[in-house]
Design a binder for this molecule. Structure first.
Ligand code: DC
Length: 220
């Protein structure tokens, strides 16, 4: 059966990563969480005393790393896996959303993603995958849910890793801030793909919905 690529965009907490991973496993594809790439570069810059306002230094610092990643994506994925818990901390998400405003850094991440998915068989989650990174992906979904529901889902996830230190109201406030910063990408993604609102769907139903889009595509 020929393989395709599936792009899933959506706001923070929409379930892209959870749903994307389950879907990828079900159809024997690989899942790429592009948000993790932004988080990785943001943290790496920060650890090396680079602020997102020092754009030129950030770009120079990330350039060679990008070349190395393109040469050897497997080692990069192993590194991401090792750092996953740290990278998923809310502070790193916030930092990533600032670094993500650097267009040159975005271009580097686009290059990495495009290089990796060239062989097809990938589910890629992000903010601008459907209209910017992989506009020719065979299935393009804009996944969303009401703010309150997204906040609750994110809170449940973070409660485990933050050992109960996090508050629901803080998570909601953070999402509002992130939505605002990601606004342009969110609007463009919504226009260029099929909107799937998971507010009233269970996890299984959400996966099923995208799985059906995948089936429809490959049987066409
Ligand atoms: O999906 P996430 O929360 O891990 O993303 C972290 C930040 O990275 C998000 O606020 C915006 C940025 N991002 C982006 O601009 N484009 C993507 N494709 C993925 C993430």
């Amino acid at each position: 059966m020929p393989k395709i690529n599936i792009a899933i965009d959506g706001p923070a907490g929409s379930g892209k990563t959870t749903i994307g991973k389950i879907l990828a496993e079900r159809i024997n594809y690989h899942f790429i969480d592009s948000g993790l790439f932004y988080r990785y570069f943001a943290k790496n810059c920060w650890d090396n005393n680079l602020n997102y306002k020092e754009k030129e230094k950030v770009v120079e610092f990330c350039f060679q790393q990008t070349q190395d990643i393109i040469q050897d994506p497997t080692s990069f994925f192993q590194l991401l896996e090792k750092q996953r818990i740290t990278l998923n901390q809310p502070e790193i998400g916030k930092l990533a959303s600032h670094f993500a405003t650097i267009l040159e850094l975005r271009e580097m991440i686009y290059q990495i993603v495009r290089k990796i998915v060239i062989s097809k068989g990938f589910v890629v989650g992000g903010r601008d995958i459907t209209f910017k990174v992989l506009p020719k992906a065979e299935v393009k979904v804009f996944l969303t849910a009401d703010l309150v529901i997204r906040a609750q889902r994110r809170y449940q996830q973070l409660k485990i890793t933050s050992e109960g230190k996090i508050k629901l109201a803080e998570v909601e406030a953070e999402l509002i801030e992130r939505d605002q910063r990601d606004r342009n990408n969110i609007l463009a993604a919504e226009k260029s793909s099929l909107r799937v609102d998971t507010s009233n769907f269970s996890l299984a139903e959400s996966v099923e919905k995208i799985y059906n889009l995948y089936l429809k595509k490959i049987n066409n």
